[in-house]
Ligand binder design. Structure first.
Ligand code: NAP
Length: 306
């Protein structure tokens, strides 16, 4: 049986935080969670896009319960502020979808001096997740879903001596590193949760190739030939954002899904969402330990579970 948004169980009474919910996969994730009755905190950067996204969701789901929180994942101060606002309003968070991201852009730094793709895609979500953990742990059977990519296969595990790729930056090398960090973060977090005996589960998902703004932004920012190729490929063969969002929605809501699992499209880049095997297990424990070391050192935030 093909899993679809209709299979999402009732989410009434649940609070979900979705990063990057003002467009693309995040918007569709927020829409379907709201349709099933969740209160959705849309943690987003571009506030005009956010208002349009709220109108868009409300047009299709008039009863949607939505809340906007400003979040720039490229600023640790903004992440802390957003987490503080969420915790002030919500003692319990049932679902966190670490969705927002940038891809294949030229070398840039976040305001904290991190390489932009690693800083936004991973370090921003690292701090957000760590700060929201008390509210997630307070909720029975909460889930954390971190969005990775098939590009994690081209990534190298983060090097503590040069996590920001100084002197060796290439857009795809950096994206691969960032999405491999998402992969290791989701799996490493599940190991930590299991060790702590927590009921909270951490899963990972990838959307295959989906026709969102991701590729257009990378073309606009870089003008690169490979970025233009992927943009064209996504336009021609990519899934719609609604289809692409199904893998992360399944990881987030399927009662059969468990911590430490990966969900993605059946046919690598498209198809219905299914549980996928986890490859690259050799050396994974070391890679996770290095990611934790680097993330704690860079952000000063720990995900230690007591
Ligand atoms: N589309 C695909 O084919 C594909 C494939 C593999 C993986 N993914 C992953 O899927 C996730 C969602 O991407 P998408 O395809 O939906 O792309 P998208 O349409 O470009 O959406 C990206 C989202 O990330 C947000 N974002 C970017 N920088 C941010 C920052 N500094 N702080 C807060 N939010 C920020 C954007 O918000 P603004 O509007 O404020 O910029 C936007 O909401 C990403 O993690 C991406 O790596 C996508």
């Amino acid at each position: 049986m093909t899993w679809s948004a209709a299979d999402i169980p009732d989410q009434s009474g649940r609070t979900a935080v979705v990063t990057g919910a003002n467009g693309g996969l995040g918007l569709e994730t927020a829409r379907e969670l709201a349709r099933k009755g969740a209160h959705v905190v849309m943690a987003v950067r571009n506030q005009q896009k956010a208002k349009d996204a709220v109108s868009d969701i409300c047009a299709s789901v008039p009863e949607a319960s939505l809340e906007l929180v400003a979040l720039d994942l490229g600023s640790q101060a903004s992440v802390r502020e957003a987490a503080g606002l969420i915790l002030r309003e919500h003692a319990h968070v049932d679902l966190l979808v670490n969705n927002a991201g940038v891809m294949g852009i030229p070398e840039r730094k976040t305001v904290d001096g991190y390489e932009m793709q690693f800083g936004v895609d991973h370090l921003g979500h690292w701090t957000l997740t760590a700060l929201l953990l008390p509210a997630l742990l307070a909720s029975p059977d909460a889930r954390i879903v971190t969005v990775t990519s098939t590009a994690h296969h081209i990534g190298r595990a983060v090097d503590p001596a040069n996590p920001h790729l100084e002197g060796r930056y290439r857009p795809w090398l950096a994206y691969g590193q960032a999405k491999l960090a998402n992969f290791h973060f989701g799996l490493g977090l599940q190991r930590a949760l299991t060790r702590a005996g927590a009921s909270t589960a951490s899963l990972i998902a990838h959307p295959g190739l989906s026709n969102t703004d991701l590729q257009a932004v990378s073309v606009r920012e870089s003008g690169g030939a490979s970025q233009r190729f992927f943009h064209l490929l996504a336009l021609r063969t990519g899934m719609s954002p609604a289809q692409g969002a199904l893998s992360q929605l399944r990881a987030a809501t399927d009662p059969q899904a468990k911590g430490g699992e990966l969900y993605g499209p059946l046919f690598v880049n498209n198809g219905p969402p299914v549980r996928k095997p986890i490859f690259r297990r050799l050396g994974m424990s070391d890679a996770i330990a290095r990611l934790w070391e680097v993330s704690e050192r860079e952000t000063g935030v720990t995900t230690e579970l007591r």
